[in-house]
Design a protein around this ligand. Structure first.
Ligand code: ZN
Length: 463
């Protein structure tokens, strides 16, 4: 099967960052096989199907380096609350009553949101397991929607005294045994969906479990993701229990390494940044979530200056309210400009890099994805410019970083397969997925006792 995406702006994200106008991309099987003019590609591939991509921007599919897909069901339930209340009154109680059907419905709908906004690689961080088998439900959703990426089997094994619901606290050995089984089942050579590890954070995972996670990663080669220095509370807790920051604790434990994707790093100081760089730790930046939860502004410019690889994430919809990396790009740029009062500190080009090629590097897939180059996997998003929000268009990078809202994504390929075409998912019943997510969300909110949380602000009644 050959396909030509014809006559588009092509933002390659190759080493020279070349952008081609009226260019065409040839896809053969699961790979990018050519970049050239439409006549030349058509002449050499007369049997190829041609998709007219005039007035579009073709980009490498974006890499969403952090989400919690189960939180798709919690969208809008925890708005405008302090973080502690957000967790103990909404997210925690909801997570404690999750079922396998809930997680499947949430993950399917979350994958739809990601694909519809141009994401082709996703890192899910599944740290709540009140019942067994939830990690497998997320893997299933990736397989059904065609998503590429990682399902990180996370866990919590401490923190009851700090408000973590008891059903969420696992025995670390059992959690890691489940992770090992998932890794053995799914991490086969060439797999599109791989399983990783995800100890939740410093105050919900003890030192022995962190060491055991590192040992399992060394043995299996699995990616590790963990939340680092998201809030001042984490720093204070680590100081109180270990006499140092959480980054320093992780370093002392021998946990840090190039296979670690550290999420947030909002409160990291210069010594922490030095440690992250020294261990070649990758950082997942989630600007919408950091602002939504009032966690703060992470020192991303300092990390970039130090040479740390930074990828972009949406975070779970309980603290970002959607999966949309276009929003995340804009917030990533604007939060730093405003905070530093320096309009040059984070550019459109940089945020597009962290959403694509740098994200690919952050998850160790830069040889295969993150740019449009011959030989790479055909993970591609086609963004429509015939749209009021994209008009007028002078510079396609600016249009993507600052003008696009996400709905402009018209067509998406993952592994050379069309998973979205003309804004329709050819292999999925999106209506059924959406209704399933709403039904699951309604049921979960009632069971968790959080259904009324958002209705209390203003009176809402059925007419
Ligand atoms: Zn998170």
């Amino acid at each position: 099967m050959s396909l030509i995406l014809a006559d588009a702006w092509v933002i390659t994200m190759n080493a020279r960052r070349e952008i081609w106008e009226r260019a065409s991309v040839l896809v053969q099987g699961d790979r990018i096989a050519g970049i050239g003019t439409r006549p030349s590609l058509e002449h050499r591939n007369p049997d190829a199907r041609v998709l007219d991509c005039r007035d579009t921007i073709v980009i490498p599919g974006m890499v969403n380096t952090h989400t919690h897909l189960f939180q798709t069901l919690l969208k809008g339930l925890g708005d405008d609350m302090p973080l502690k209340q957000w967790f103990t009154c909404m997210t925690g109680p909801s997570a404690a009553v999750l079922t396998r059907a809930d997680v499947h419905a949430a993950a399917l709908h979350g994958c739809v949101e990601n694909i519809r906004s141009g994401v082709t690689t996703l890192v899910d961080f599944m740290y709540v397991h009140p019942v067994p088998g939830l990690g497998e439900q997320v893997v299933r959703a990736y397989q059904e929607t065609g998503m590429r990426g990682f399902v990180c089997r996370g866990f919590i094994n401490a923190g009851a005294d700090l408000g973590v619901p008891v059903p969420l606290i696992e025995n670390a050995a059992a959690a890691l045994a489940d992770a090992r089984a998932l890794i053995n089942r799914h991490n086969v050579p060439g797999a599109r969906v791989r399983v990783g590890l995800a100890p939740c954070m410093i105050w919900t995972v003890d030192a022995a479990a962190l060491r055991a996670t590192r040992a399992l990663a060394d043995e299996t080669g699995a990616l590790i993701s963990t939340h680092v220095s998201e809030t001042a509370f984490e720093i204070a807790h680590a100081q109180q229990h270990y006499g140092m920051t959480d980054t320093q604790v992780l370093s002392e434990l021998g946990f840090l390494g190039p296979d670690v994707l550290a999420v947030h790093c909002v409160q990291c100081g210069s010594a922490d940044i030095g440690l992250l760089h020294a261990h070649d730790v990758k950082v997942s930046h989630n600007p919408c979530s950091n602002l939504y939860l009032a966690s703060g502004v992470p020192p991303i410019p300092a990390m970039l200056k130090a040479g740390i690889t930074v990828g972009l994430g949406s975070d779970g919809p309980a603290s970002s309210n959607n999966h949309n990396l276009f929003q995340a790009m804009k917030f990533a740029a604007l939060m730093q400009k405003g905070f530093h009062r320096d309009a040059t500190i984070m550019t459109a080009e940089k945020v597009l890099e962290i959403a694509t090629i740098d994200g690919a590097r952050a998850v160790g897939l830069e040889a295969d994805i993150g740019s449009i180059e011959i030989g790479k996997k055909a993970d591609i998003a086609v963004v429509d410019c015939v749209d009021p929000f994209m008009t007028p268009l002078h510079n396609p990078v600016s249009a993507l970083a600052y003008s696009a809202l996400g709905h402009e994504v018209r067509t998406v390929l993952i592994d050379g397969r069309i998973v979205l075409e003309n804004r329709t998912m050819p292999h999925m019943d999106e209506g059924a997925i959406r209704r399933g997510a709403q039904r699951a969300a309604d049921g979960l909110a009632v069971r968790a006792g959080v259904a009324g949380l958002r209705q209390r602000a203003w009176p809402m009644r059925v007419m």
